[in-house]
Design a protein around this ligand. Structure first.
Ligand code: SF4
Length: 488
């Protein structure tokens, strides 16, 4: 039997984690407070640290904290220390090697022509290569974050004005970047040419907003204007908004995993409501992988919409057979050896009354290492289930992500070393089914995956990366992954 810490760490970590959310507002009093609310709505994109930079017309103010927004950005911190009518912020998830105050964004520096702050969702795949060149020229880096590379490129660009220097910088980096930057006079938003990570434009009574997801607009009653287009850069000043396209046009490759797990279900990204897509995923899964069962039970919370879709399509009743405790923080420390043998279930508990004697279909969003699935299946069996079938609302995750998602190295992904039947044995289910890649594409409204030129990034399922991976010797480069793939 695992000890409590094993249970906790397995339950907390056996998912891909999106690593960052960004938010900025230009032209509204109490900008710092509004950014705090926006980041609160984006907390699912990163729970370990957050930062806000505001500008009050004469100077910049920087506030950074480790911990949840609601715990650390107190009323006093926001009102007293983040004055001004424009501000940008960032919330992040970090893993070993990437945590610590020096990596908390936004990054801020006084450049030759004034202050410059930048916040980044995504991950650059050539940051180390660019950094090495800059270091040879004398640059000194104060963090292990790839985002600092952009700051240096802007600072050292030979172009004349800030817009041109920013463009010069983003043209030299590769990978995934949804950026929000700010100077004394402007706020800039930019998406990489493939548009791998989301970034939306909003409006609050005439003040422009940039945010990772629409749920961050809803929390402050702002109006959704549109998604920034892949490869688009918007420059917001007191005179209005200007849009430019500084990159060679390429076919977009938005991260399809945003629909499976990362984005909040009440957000709409790239024109699709995430909850709708997840329900359709469940319907596709039911058609592709039917099963004779008595109840459909989601693994909460991320499996809920797909389980509803599975239930509606199959006609098998939906039941909340597993209850999640929402008050387990990532930093919870168990009392130690004294409870080692108690089978502690910190995060999930089976609802025995619903499960006993039933044939159960468990629906979850994905399987990463398989350790959580194993424990949940055992828990459902212990609660008296007659049969346990597992259905997964995505294809098997076989490859690491290099675009701003915390993933284990490839060898630790269960699907990279086992067949579906072997995985079923490993997690001890009566049957196991994954959504096909075409089923996933159908759920987002495509007829199928275009093999020649896929419409989305789906590299963690297919291993086909949409960019060069200049910093990485291969998908198993653990050292580089731990340094870089946890920064944005
Ligand atoms: S590799 Fe997977 S998680 Fe990463 S950007 Fe592509 S689809 Fe998204």
């Amino acid at each position: 039997m695992a000890d409590a810490n094993d249970v906790l760490s397995a339950e907390a970590d056996d998912h891909f984690h999106d690593e960052c959310g960004v938010f900025g507002i230009f032209g509204r009093q109490d900008a710092g407070a509004i950014v705090t609310l926006g980041l609160h709505a984006l907390q699912h994109r990163g729970q370990e640290a957050a930062g806000i930079v505001s500008y009050d017309g004469t100077q910049f103010h920087v506030e950074r904290h480790v911990g949840l927004i609601g715990d650390t950005f107190t009323k006093q911190a926001v009102q007293d220390r983040l004055p001004g009518s424009r501000a940008i912020g960032h919330t992040r998830y970090a893993t070993t090697g990437g945590a610590g105050m020096r990596n908390i964004q936004p990054f801020f520096a006084e450049l030759a022509d004034g202050g410059f702050a930048v916040a980044h969702n995504g991950n650059l795949t050539n940051a180390m290569t660019v950094q090495r060149t800059l270091q040879k020229q004398g640059a000194i880096f104060s963090s292990t974050s790839d985002t600092e590379t952009i700051l240096h490129l802007v600072a050292t660009s030979k172009e004349r004005d800030l817009n041109s220097r920013f463009i010069d910088a983003v043209r030299q980096v590769e990978g995934a970047f949804s950026l929000v930057a700010m100077t004394a006079k402007k706020m800039i938003g930019c998406r990489d040419p493939l548009g791998i990570r989301p970034l939306v434009l909003g409006d609050l009574d005439g003040a422009w907003i940039l945010a990772s997801e629409t749920c961050a607009l809803d929390i402050i009653g702002a109006r959704f204007v549109r998604d920034l287009k892949p490869g688009e850069m918007v420059i917001i000043t007191s005179k209005g908004i200007e849009s430019v396209f500084p990159f060679e046009p390429v076919k977009s490759r938005f991260c399809i995993f945003e629909y499976v797990y990362f984005a909040r279900p009440d957000s709409s990204v790239e024109g699709r409501n995430v909850y709708d897509v997840r329900k359709r995923i469940g319907m596709e899964l039911s058609n592709e992988s039917p099963v004779d069962a008595d109840i459909v039970v989601p693994v909460p919370d991320s499996g809920v919409p797909a389980a509803i879709g599975f239930s509606q399509e199959s006609g098998i009743p939906f039941e909340l057979g597993i209850i999640r405790n929402h008050y387990v923080g990532r930093t919870f420390i168990s009392p130690g050896d004294s409870i080692r043998h108690m089978g502690v279930r910190l995060k999930h508990n089976a609802n025995r009354r619903m499960i006993e004697g039933k044939r159960v279909v468990l629906v979850d969003d994905s399987i990463v290492r398989g350790t959580t699935s194993q424990k949940i299946v055992q828990m459902v069996r212990d609660a008296g289930a007659r049969e346990v079938h597992m259905r997964i609302a995505s294809p098997p995750t076989r490859a690491s992500c290099f675009y701003g998602v915390d993933t284990p190295e490839k060898a630790k992904l269960l699907a990279s070393r086992m067949s579906v039947d072997e995985m079923a044995d490993f997690i001890r289910v009566d049957s196991l089914g994954f959504l096909s890649i075409d089923g996933l594409y159908r759920a987002v409204g495509e007829a199928s995956r275009n093999g020649e030129q896929p419409q989305f990034c789906d590299a963690c399922f297919t291993g086909e990366y949409p960019t060069r991976l200049a910093d990485f010797d291969g998908a198993d480069n653990v050292r580089t992954l731990s340094l870089l793939a946890n920064n944005g």
